[in-house]
Write a protein that binds this ligand. Structure first.
Ligand code: UDP
Length: 482
C-alpha cells in the first residue's frame, strides 16, 4: 500500500547475555539499513540495551518476567543468574509464560517482522496470529546447527557400545568423529521426556518460521551453510560476525556490560599496551561458567607453569580470592598475569595486538570474536553445542588446539559443583606452550589471521554477509509493500 513505509522489526532476545549481546548487534545492523528496531524485554534485562537506546539505534518495549508465577525468586529475570538444575526448569517455564504478553505487544504495535530467539519455540505461532513473519535466531553457526540436527535425526550414538567410543556424525560434508561422552544428553527424538518434547517443538517451530538468521559468514563454513539450506531445507541468512558492527572502541567496550566502570576496563588494556605483540594468553569461559575451586586451582597452576603472560577472566560469586588461588599466586604473577573478576571488554582484548591466544569454552560468540580478531585458540568445551564448535576450530580449520576436555555436562550449574578438576594443570600447560611457541603455533596464527581477514571482508560492502543482509532486508521490504 504505502511504499515509503518504514520497515519495523521487533526483537525478542533470550534472557541471557550470550544470546542478547549478538541480538543487539543484529538490531543495530537492521537499524543501519533503515529499519526501525524495537527490543522487547523485561525491566531487569533492559540495562543491557540502554546504550543502543540512548544512541537512538533501537527502541524498547517492556514486558513483565513471570518469575514468581514460575516459582523463581522475584529478581531472577536472567538465565545468567541460574545456579541449579531445578532453577533451569523453572526458568524455562517462566519463558513459556511470556507468550500472552508478546501477543499483546504484537497486537498493539503490529511490526512487520519478529526476530525471536530459538528458545522461544512458541513465538512462531504467536506472531502468526497477527500475520507477522517470525525469524528464528539460534545464536550458533551452521556447523553446530547441522551437527546437532544430524545427531538428532540419525541417532548415531545409540550404536556405540561405550561413552568413550567415537562415532561418525552421519551425512555431514566432513567426517567428524566424537564420543557419546561429548554429546548433549538429549538426542532421542522418540523419547517422551519433557526435554525431548521441547526439542521436538523447537524443531517444528523453526521449520514453520519464516527463516533463520545465523551469526556467521559464508567463508567460515561454506559446506555447512549449503548443507543447512539444501539438505535440511532451511531458509537462512548469514549476516555475521555481527560483533564487527561495533566500530568505535567505546561501542566495543560497552558490549554486554551493565555497570562496570570504563576506567577499570581500560586498566587491563593499558596493561596489555606494555606487552609485546602476541605474547599474552586471554583466558575466558564466557558469561555463565563458574568453575569449581579445584578447577580454578589447576588453571592457575597450569598458566604459571607455562611461563606465558596472561589475562584471565574469573567468574565467581563470592570474590574471596584466598579460597581458590594457590598461596601467593597473585604476588608471584605480578606483571605477568592479570585476573579480571568482572565483565571483561572481550572484543577489545582479543583485538589487542599483545594477545597471542585465547583459551575459550567455545561459546559461539567467543569463537567468532576470536576468529574475527585472528587469534589462535585453545578449545575447552563444557556444555551445550560447544563440543561441536571445538571440531570446527581444531579439525576443520585447524586454528586451535584442544585442551582435552572430554565430558559434556548437563548444565553450567554442575560445573561449579565439581569436586575433581576435569582438566589437569599439565594439559593446560602443554596446550598453552603448543599454541604460543614453535612452528605449529606460527602456522596456526597465519591460518586464523587469514580467516579473520575473510570475516572482515564478509561484512564490508559487497561481502557475503553484507549481501545476505541486503537480501533479507529487501525481502522484508517487499513483504511490506505487497
Ligand atoms: N563476554 C564479555 N566479557 C566477559 C564475558 C563474556 O564481553 O567477561 C562476552 C563475549 O564477548 C561474548 C559473550 O559475552 O560476546 C559470551 O557469549 P559466548 O557465546 O561466547 O558464551 P556464553 O556466555 O553464551 O556461554
Amino acid at each position: 500500500t504505502n511504499s515509503c513505509q518504514q520497515l519495523q522489526i521487533f526483537f525478542l532476545p533470550y534472557m541471557a547475555r550470550g544470546h542478547s549481546i549478538p541480538l543487539i548487534d543484529i538490531a543495530k545492523l537492521f537499524s543501519s539499513r533503515g529499519a526501525r528496531c524495537t527490543i522487547v524485554t523485561t525491566p531487569l534485562n533492559a540495562p543491557l540495551f540502554s546504550k543502543a537506546i540512548q544512541k537512538g539505534e533501537i527502541e524498547l518495549v517492556l514486558i513483565k518476567f513471570p518469575s514468581t508465577e514460575a516459582g523463581l525468586p522475584q529478581d531472577c529475570e536472567s538465565a545468567d543468574l541460574i545456579r541449579t538444575q531445578d532453577t533451569v526448569e523453572k526458568f524455562i517455564k517462566a519463558t513459556f509464560l511470556l507468550a500472552p504478553q508478546l501477543g499483546k505487544v504484537l497486537d498493539e504495535h503490529r511490526p512487520h517482522c519478529l526476530v525471536a530467539d530459538a528458545f522461544f519455540t512458541w513465538a512462531t505461532d504467536v506472531a502468526a496470529k497477527f500475520g507477522i513473519p517470525r525469524l528464528c535466531f539460534h545464536g550458533i553457526g551452521f556447523f553446530p546447527l547441522c551437527a546437532s540436527l544430524s545427531v538428532m535425526m540419525y541417532q548415531p550414538h545409540t550404536k556405540s557400545s561405550s561413552d568413550s567410543e567415537s562415532f561418525v556424525i552421519p551425512n555431514l560434508p566432513d567426517e567428524i568423529k566424537m564420543p557419546r561422552s561429548q554429546l548433549p544428553v538429549f538426542p532421542n527424538l522418540d523419547g517422551e521426556s519433557e526435554f525431548m518434547k521441547i526439542v521436538k517443538v523447537s524443531i517444528e517451530s523453526e521449520e514453520r518460521s519464516y527463516g533463520v538468521i545465523v551469526n556467521s559468514f559464508y567463508e567460515l563454513e561454506p559446506a555447512y551453510a549449503d548443507h543447512y539450506r539444501k539438505v535440511f531445507g532451511r531458509k537462512a541468512w548469514h549476516i555475521g560476525p555481527v560483533s564487527l558492527c561495533n566500530e568505535a572502541a567505546e561501542d566495543k567496550a560497552e558490549r554486554g556490560s551493565i555497570e562496570i566502570s570504563t576506567a577499570e576496563k581500560h586498566e587491563c588494556l593499558k596493561w596489555l599496551d606494555t606487552k609485546k605483540p602476541h605474547s599474552v594468553m586471554y583466558v575466558s569461559f564466557g558469561s555463565l561458567i563458574q568453575f569449581a575451586d579445584c578447577q580454578l586451582l589447576e588453571i592457575a597452576m597450569g598458566l604459571e607453569a607455562s611461563g606465558q603472560d596472561f589475562v584471565w577472566v574469573v567468574k565467581k560469586e563470592e570474590k574471596d580470592v584466598e579460597n581458590w588461588l594457590p598461596e601467593g599466586f597473585e604476588k608471584r604473577m605480578e606483571g605477568k598475569g592479570l585476573i579480571i573478576r568482572d565483565w571483561a571488554p572481550q572484543v577489545l582484548i582479543l583485538e589487542h595486538e599483545a594477545i597471542g591466544a585465547f583459551v575459550t569454552h567455545c561459546g559461539w560468540n567467543s569463537i567468532l570474536e576470536g576468529v574475527s580478531a585472528g587469534v589462535p585458540m585453545i578449545t575447552w568445551p563444557v556444555f551445550g553445542e560447544q563440543f561441536y564448535n571445538e571440531k570446527l576450530v581444531t579439525e576443520i580449520h585447524r586454528i586451535g588446539v584442544p585442551v582435552g576436555s572430554e565430558k559434556w555436562v548437563l548444565s553450567f550449574a554442575d560445573v561449579s559443583a565439581e569436586t575433581e578438576a576435569s582438566v589437569r594443570r599439565e594439559a593446560i600447560e602443554e596446550a598453552v606452550i603448543r599454541i604460543m611457541v614453535g612452528d605449529e603455533a606460527v602456522e596456526i596464527r597465519s591460518r586464523v589471521k587469514e580467516l579473520g581477514e575473510k570475516a572482515r571482508r564478509a561484512v564490508e560492502e559487497g561481502g557475503s554477509s553484507f549481501l545476505d543482509l541486503s537480501a533479507l532486508v529487501g525481502e522484508l521490504n517487499h513483504l511490506l509493500e505487497a
